[in-house]
Design a binder for this molecule. Structure first.
Ligand SMILES: [Fe+2]
Length: 180
């Protein structure tokens, strides 16, 4: 496996690395369950495992002091910022996972409608690895007091419903595709 912790350490504060390693472990647990369920190939499994730890690396450039991040960028940009960091690190597939993991993915319509400070391009997950990380991440928070708490399906649906029934429908499709 890539030295994910060292990569996080290159960009993030000690506090953030600590949080992302626990969050990563939780997301990895869920994501590897899905990999087992679908019997994915070894290469995809490796990408998924590494990305469970790396997908939030972009938070280090955002203003999120509660998780040790002292940057100046809006939090909603952490996926995009993570993509830029990991592309510069020569990890284009991990980079796309960063950009495409917010909620169930952001469409150009979402970006326009919510006037998000993001480039107008499709940021929804396409590849299997992108979809598995996006799905698995929905179950866990980076709130330091709830890192190891797995959200219920009902709670996830409730959160997504705030952004539209179509978002809940995408999650439901993944539940069906990824569950035993
Ligand atoms: Fe995450």
């Amino acid at each position: 496996m890539l030295a994910v912790e060292q990569l996080l350490q290159r960009y993030c504060t000690e506090r953030t690395v600590e949080i992302l390693m626990v969050h990563g472990k939780m997301v990895a647990g869920k994501a590897l369950e899905v990999c087992g369920q679908l019997q994915v190939d070894a290469e995809t499994r490796k990408l998924v495992l590494e990305s469970a730890y790396l997908h939030d690396i972009g938070v280090c450039r955002t203003a999120a002091p509660d998780i040790g991040c002292n940057g100046s960028e809006p939090y909603i940009r952490h996926g995009l910022l993570g993509r830029e960091l990991l592309e510069a690190e020569g990890l284009p597939l991990h980079a796309l996972i960063c950009e495409r993991h917010t909620g169930v993915g952001l469409t150009v319509q979402d970006i326009d409608r919510q006037q998000l400070p993001l480039p107008r391009r499709d940021m929804t997950p396409h590849s299997l690895a992108e979809r598995i990380i996006c799905f698995s991440d929905l179950f866990f928070s980076k709130n330091p007091s709830r890192l190891e708490h797995e959200k219920s399906v009902a709670k996830i649906r409730e959160g997504l419903a705030l952004f539209g029934a179509d978002k809940v429908a995408i999650f439901d499709d993944w539940l069906h595709e990824f569950s035993a």
